[in-house]
Structure formats: structure tokens, C-alpha cells
Design a protein around this ligand. Structure first.
Ligand SMILES: CSC[C@H]1O[C@@H](n2cnc3c(O)ncnc32)[C@H](O)[C@@H]1O
Ligand code: ZN
Length: 434
């Protein structure tokens, strides 16, 4: 199967020189970018690139995909009451069919907004992986572990067993990278974290130092910061993703930098849950590798990486009272090539030999004109509705319509699942009275 993207207005390579090419074609063969240049006219499928900008598919490094089902039902409260009083009671009733419906909606939203690789942490991750495969999206998927249990396991031992078999099942899949997902240092004990970290070569995703309260509690209980704690139990490595890190202390940053772990910065969730603003420029200055995520749709309330990019840039400019911090090129790197460098796939750039994870954006809209700087427009002006085509591994997933499944059916099933979960936990929905 060959796809030819002809005569692109701009091609943002994200290569080492950050070249932006004009009037070029991309030939994709068997999922790989075979050639970039002024190429021939024929292929199995041809996309007219005249008004389009090509960028590498965006990489969302932290979310909980099925939480689309809880969008808008737990707003305007901080993290701990959000979890304890709202989210966990609703999640207690989750079953695999709800997970499937919420995942389908979350993938549809992600793909339509230009995301091609999703880092997820949730329950029934096996069902989530199945949907990722069916829809053809790349997933870095973590099976959730909490000491007091989750909707699919009663205690730590059961959660770990499920996570072990999830990893064994998916370890050789070309689209899925399976991980352990210990929830946080306040929900998984140090000795249990040791057990997870002892699984050699394993990938781990964990929430850490998200709120000031968490840091105070952990320091009070263990006499050290959450970062120091997880370092001592062996959780930090190049294969670890630390979600949030809003409240690191001065000693934490060199520890993380030396470990090579990736920090997922989730600015919109941090603002909305009033967790704070992560010191991202300081992290980068100390050599910490930082990428971008949305967090779940119950705390964001969308999965839109264009919103995440713009927000990540502008909040730091105000926080530091310095417009030069977090320039647009750095932001785009955080959403593409930086996280890609941690992964076992050649993605995050549009260069020959890389896998064809490509997003094409329409520039025939007012906010892309005049077009003096493509990178500036991508971060500060573009809207996710500009996304016109999405390819993962050379497969066209979106071309104005979602190819894997009808959108109406996805909305219907998600609504049914969401109402069911809300009713079971006694939450009233506007939909019931309509
Ligand atoms: C083991 S991960 C799934 C678990 O995490 C909850 N969750 C979602 N967002 C956050 C967040 O920002 N901080 C902490 N925990 C979060 C989710 O609701 C699941 O229970
Ligand atoms: Zn999260």
C-alpha cells in the first residue's frame, strides 16, 4: 500500500535542524516514510497537500482515556476531593463495556485533534489495548495499581498480577507499549513500589508531586519528598514517566535529570484542579526531559494537545514575567520528538525511514493567515479543528471522517455508559430530564 501526499504547502520535519520544507511530497510505503522530495504522480492513494501543513503526529504523554465518560461531572474542586468524593465513587462501578465505550470516544477525540500516540493509565487496560488495536492508534498503556484495589482488583497483589499478565500479553505488539501504572506514592506503599520496580526492563507511569498537600503528606510520613522516595525504591529510569511534578523541590530536579525519566507536564489539568503551575523552565534548565499531556477529560476537560501546547507556553511567560521562556519550537518538541526519543518506535519526526505518523492541517482559515511563521502559528494560533488528515503507521485513520467506526455510534454508546455510571453512583445528569 502506497500513499502519496503531493505538493505540501509546508512540511515541519522536526529533524535535528528543525527544517521546514515547502512544496514537497511525502511517499509512504508499508507504513514507512519512504521518500520526501518532488516525486512522481501515482500511488494507491493520493492526498492533495496544496493548502496543508504536515507535522509529526502529536504525542499525549499523560491521560486516562475512558474518563471521557466523566467529562463535566466533577468540575471546580481541587484534586483530593475530586478523587475521593466524585471520581472514585463513580469509577467503582466501571465494567469492561464502559471502558470500551469511553476509550472509543477518547480515541476519536484524540485522533480528530491530531494525537497519534497516547500514554494512558487506567483500569481494564487490556480492553483499552484492544480498542487501540482496532482503531490503529499507538498506545503506551499502563495497567493501574492501587494498594486498596481498583474496579478490577481487590488489593495490590491482584492488581500486580493483572498488570504482569497485561505486560506479557502485549510486550511484542508493534502498536502497544505495555507499562505498570502504580497510581501515586500516596496510594502505593514503598515496599509495593519496590516490587513493581524489580520487574526488569519494565515501563512505569506514576503520578508524582502533583499537589503541595501530597508533598507535605509524604514528607510528614516518610521524611523525604515523593521524588526522593520513588528514587530510593528504584522507580526512576529512562522507562519511567512522572505525571505532573508541579511541586518538585531543589534536590528533586537533579535526581530526575540523572535518571533520564520523562516528566509529563499537564498544564490544563493543573490549572483547573488548582494544583499549581509546574516550574517547567527550571526543570528544563536542570536537564529534566519534559513532554506534554492533557490528563483525563474529567479534569481538563478535553484531550486537545493544541490547547495543551498553547497553555504550556503562555502560563510560563506570565509566571516568569518573561516572554522569552518556553518558545514555540520548544513546545512543539515537547509534543513530538522529545517523548518520541524515549519510545521504541521511530516517530516524532517526518524524515525518511521513520514511521508515518503524520497530521495534516488546513491553512485556509483566517487564523493561519498571513503565514510568516509556521511554528508560531502551530502553537499560538492553530485550532485542533484544523486537523484534516491523520495517519498512524501509514494508515489513514481520519480524512474528515473517522474511518474505524461511525462517530454517531461512538457518541451513543458513550452516553449510555456514562448515564449508567452516573445513575449507579447517584449523580444526577441533565440528560435524564430531557
Ligand atoms: C492508576 S491511574 C488511574 C486513576 O488515576 C485517577 N486520576 C486521574 N487523574 C488524576 C490526577 O490528576 N491525579 C491523581 N489521580 C488521577 C483516575 O481517576 C483513576 O482513579
Ligand atoms: Zn492523571
Amino acid at each position: 500500500m502506497e500513499i502519496l501526499i503531493k505538493g505540501l504547502r509546508f512540511l515541519v520535519t522536526q529533524d535535528d535542524e528543525r527544517r521546514i520544507l515547502r512544496d514537497k511530497d511525502i511517499l509512504i510505503k508499508e507504513g514507512i516514510i519512504e521518500k520526501i522530495g518532488n516525486l512522481r504522480e501515482s500511488a494507491d492513494e493520493i492526498i492533495d497537500g496544496r493548502d496543508l501543513v504536515a507535522i509529526p503526529g502529536l504525542i499525549n504523554t499523560h491521560t486516562h482515556i475512558p474518563m471521557t465518560l466523566f467529562r463535566g461531572v466533577a468540575d471546580d474542586i481541587p484534586l483530593f476531593p475530586w478523587l475521593n468524593e466524585k471520581i472514585w465513587p463513580m469509577e467503582a462501578n466501571l465494567r469492561p463495556h464502559h471502558i470500551r465505550a469511553g476509550t472509543e470516544l477518547g480515541i476519536l477525540e484524540s485522533v480528530r485533534t491530531g494525537t497519534t500516540t497516547i500514554f494512558d493509565m487506567y483500569f481494564f487496560e487490556d480492553v483499552i489495548a484492544e480498542v487501540f488495536k482496532e482503531f490503529g492508534v499507538r498506545g503506551v498503556l499502563a495497567s493501574a495499581i492501587i494498594d486498596f484495589g481498583t474496579p478490577e482488583c481487590k488489593n495490590f497483589e491482584e492488581c500486580l498480577k493483572i498488570a504482569d499478565s497485561f505486560i506479557n500479553k502485549w510486550i511484542n505488539d508493534p502498536l502497544i507499549l505495555p507499562c505498570y501504572g502504580p497510581h501515586a506514592p500516596y496510594t502505593v506503599s514503598p515496599s509495593n513500589l519496590v516490587e513493581i520496580a524489580s520487574r526488569t526492563g519494565s515501563w512505569i507511569q506514576i503520578h508524582v508531586s502533583e499537589t503541595e498537600g501530597e508533598v507535605k503528606d509524604i514528607k510528614g510520613k516518610y521524611g523525604k519528598s515523593p521524588v526522593k522516595l520513588i528514587e530510593e525504591v528504584g522507580v526512576l529510569s529512562k522507562r519511567t514517566v512522572l505525571a505532573h511534578l508541579v511541586w518538585p523541590d531543589d534536590e528533586d530536579l537533579p535526581i530526575i535529570a540523572n535518571s533520564g525519566s520523562l516528566v509529563s507536564h499537564n498544564p490544563i489539568s493543573n490549572l483547573k484542579l488548582s494544583s499549581g503551575i509546574a516550574p517547567v523552565p527550571e526543570m528544563i534548565e536542570k536537564g529534566v526531559r519534559v513532554s506534554l499531556g492533557t490528563d483525563g477529560a474529567a479534569s481538563n476537560n478535553s484531550l486537545d494537545m493544541f490547547e495543551a501546547m498553547k497553555t504550556a507556553a503562555i502560563i510560563q511567560k506570565a509566571r516568569k514575567m518573561d516572554p522569552t521562556v518556553m518558545p514555540a519550537q520548544l513546545i512543539l518538541d515537547m509534543a513530538t520528538r522529545i517523548p518520541a526519543e524515549h519510545l521504541p518506535w521511530r516517530i516524532g519526526r517526518i524524515v525518511e525511514g521513520y514511521e508515518a505518523d503524520i497530521v495534516l492541517l488546513n491553512t485556509k482559515v483566517p487564523w493561519w493567515n498571513p503565514l510568516h511563521s509556521v511554528i508560531s502559528h502551530l502553537v499560538y494560533s492553530a485550532k485542533s479543528t484544523d486537523v484534516k488528515y491523520v495517519l498512524v503507521k501509514g494508515n489513514l485513520l481520519y480524512d474528515g471522517s473517522f474511518r474505524a467506526k461511525g462517530e454517531e455510534k461512538i457518541y451513543e454508546e458513550a452516553e449510555k455508559s456514562s448515564i449508567d455510571l452516573l445513575e449507579k453512583s447517584g449523580v444526577t445528569s441533565m440528560l435524564n430530564s430531557m
